[in-house]
Ligand binder design. Structure first.
Ligand code: AMP
Ligand code: ZN
Length: 119
């Protein structure tokens, strides 16, 4: 069923506590944890606890939870004090765009200058 945990999904395992993560924020619907391979001084992933393969499918099925993910991304930025310098919320969608984990997640990147356009 849509949104149910998937046995072969790394981020579902993090939600279940079966794989460790450095959690920085948690709500009823979301978890935020540090990326294991940080690309900036702050690199946090915000994920819905429910399993959807990407951000668009999450937003289509559960718009309220998609909004929770974005709101939490903003709270991470505030907690990390990266708002003044500016930060980026990235939703890689599809392997061609660099998505490697097919459980929706928002990257929150900041703490350094960020070039535009991204690669
Ligand atoms: P994406 O490439 O957009 O699918 O992002 C997946 C992200 O998950 C990458 O930035 C990885 O570094 C990160 N990642 C993979 N495994 C873990 C893990 N066990 N804990 C935290 N972050 C992870
Ligand atoms: Zn999952």
């Amino acid at each position: 069923m849509a949104g149910e945990p998937q046995a072969d999904c790394l981020f579902c395992k993090i939600v279940a506590g079966a794989v460790p993560a450095t959690v920085v924020r948690e709500t009823g619907t979301t978890i935020a944890f540090r990326d294991i391979n940080p690309q900036a001084p702050t690199h946090v992933l915000v994920i819905p606890k429910a399993h959807y393969p990407d951000a668009a499918s999450l937003a289509a099925a559960e718009p309220g939870i998609a909004a929770d993910v974005l709101a939490e991304a903003g709270r991470v930025a505030a907690d990390e004090k990266i708002e003044e310098l500016g930060y980026r919320i990235v939703l890689n969608t599809g392997a061609g765009a660099g998505q490697t984990v097919f459980h929706a997640h928002a990257h929150v990147l900041g703490g350094r200058g960020l070039e535009w356009p991204p690669g």
